[in-house]
Write a protein that binds this ligand. Structure first.
Ligand code: DNO
Length: 349
């Protein structure tokens, strides 16, 4: 595995100087944040980002995300022009030597939580999802926005989008995804770029909008849309593991053996209901996911790709982007490195 860390660019209070001091840190997961969703990313901007990261002896290992324009997800006639732009971005990223692109296909909203600063028993704060709270939220106010969302929409746009999505059920979303995948994958293959779709977070419908990248059956359906290792997955333990019916380590092993795991997000969640959870520290005993099993699964298919510690709590008085502080994510990276070293050595003896 290659240990990586998400960096939100020059505005991020967690600087590259700090990230490179985390033991074993090799790569950066980042994006270009000032290009409107749907436009092509110019090669020179990509090269600039890569060079900035290289100055700190780190590598730009993954782009997360190249966002998918809503017209593609809805299946509007305008989608073709956005798909052409997406193909240009993939081609340019390939030319700059970026090996992996993470993206998602969630309608309108990216990852969603009911609170960003829930106080845990130890005084740290974490992100949580409580179904009954989310059920009462009004998604049309335009006030719902989370740190790190690829895109968020103004109130007026939201109503139009919701109107469009009235005609998009799960099967329609699948066919729009298939259309997109079949169009972009030949370019990804020719450019040497591995695509890694991120599961829906949480992995069930919210606000009446369909979500389809949610469980083993659907991931299997997804990889069959286009049979190529370039058409792969981001296996995110916290997203898929947020519902009791998903056995994350088993799914990781299964898709890993099929050579479809192109990126891994590791974090823990503590389930507090069938559709409610708290983000917990990475350590197995604090959450519902057995992180040692995750590492064992990775070893079972000899994973050599990128992994990043996903969201951390806010600890030691740190302030900043909820989920994306330095300290708890650095602890997460160190813990994962420890499990990995131990499992590697155990297998050699
Ligand atoms: C949350 C992240 C997601 C992810 C996108 C990928 O912290 O895992 O925002 O970056 O869904 O497109």
């Amino acid at each position: 595995m290659e240990m990586t860390f998400r960096w939100y660019g020059k505005e991020d209070p967690v600087t590259l100087e700090k990230i490179r001091q985390i033991p074993g840190m090799k790569g950066i997961v980042s994006a270009i944040y000032d290009i409107p969703v749907g436009e092509a990313w110019p090669l020179d901007k990509i090269k600039e980002l890569k060079a900035e990261i290289a100055k700190h002896s780190l590598e730009l290992s993954v782009i997360e995300s190249v966002p998918v324009h809503e017209d593609i997800k809805i299946g509007l006639a305008t989608r073709d022009k956005y798909i052409e732009n997406y193909k240009t971005t993939i081609k340019n990223l390939g030319e700059a030597g970026i090996p992996v692109i993470c993206y998602n296909f969630m309608p309108i909203f990216d990852w969603t939580r009911s609170s960003l600063d829930y106080e845990l028993a130890d005084g740290s704060t974490a992100l949580i999802f409580e179904e009954d709270v989310v059920d009462k939220m009004d998604p049309l106010t335009g006030e719902l926005s989370l740190p790190g969302w690829d895109s968020s929409y103004e109130k007026a746009e939201l109503q139009t989008l919701f109107d469009h999505y009235k005609k998009v059920d799960h099967e329609k979303l699948w066919s729009n995804l298939e259309y997109f995948i079949k169009a972009i994958m030949p370019v990804a293959e020719a450019s040497g770029v591995k695509m890694a779709i991120h599961p829906d977070d949480p992995p069930f419908d919210i606000f009446g909008l369909p979500r389809i990248i949610t469980n083993k059956l659907n991931l299997e359906r997804f990889i069959k849309l286009y049979d190529s290792p370039n058409n792969g997955l981001t296996m995110c333990s916290g997203s898929l593991g947020a519902v009791p019916e998903n056995d994350f380590p088993e799914m990781l092993r299964y898709f890993g053996k099929k050579n479809r795991v192109n990126f891994i997000h590791a974090r823990n969640v503590k389930l507090s209901g069938t559709r409610s959870f708290q983000e917990s520290p990475h350590l197995s005993e604090t959450g519902s996911i057995d992180m040692y099993e995750v590492i064992r699964a990775m070893k079972d298919f000899n994973y050599t790709g990128p992994i990043r510690p996903d969201h951390g709590r806010m600890i030691w008085g740190e302030t900043g982007k909820p989920g994306y502080g330095l300290h708890d994510r650095a602890l997460g990276a160190t813990y994962l490195n420890g499990l990995w070293e131990a499992e590697n050595k155990r297998r050699k003896y």
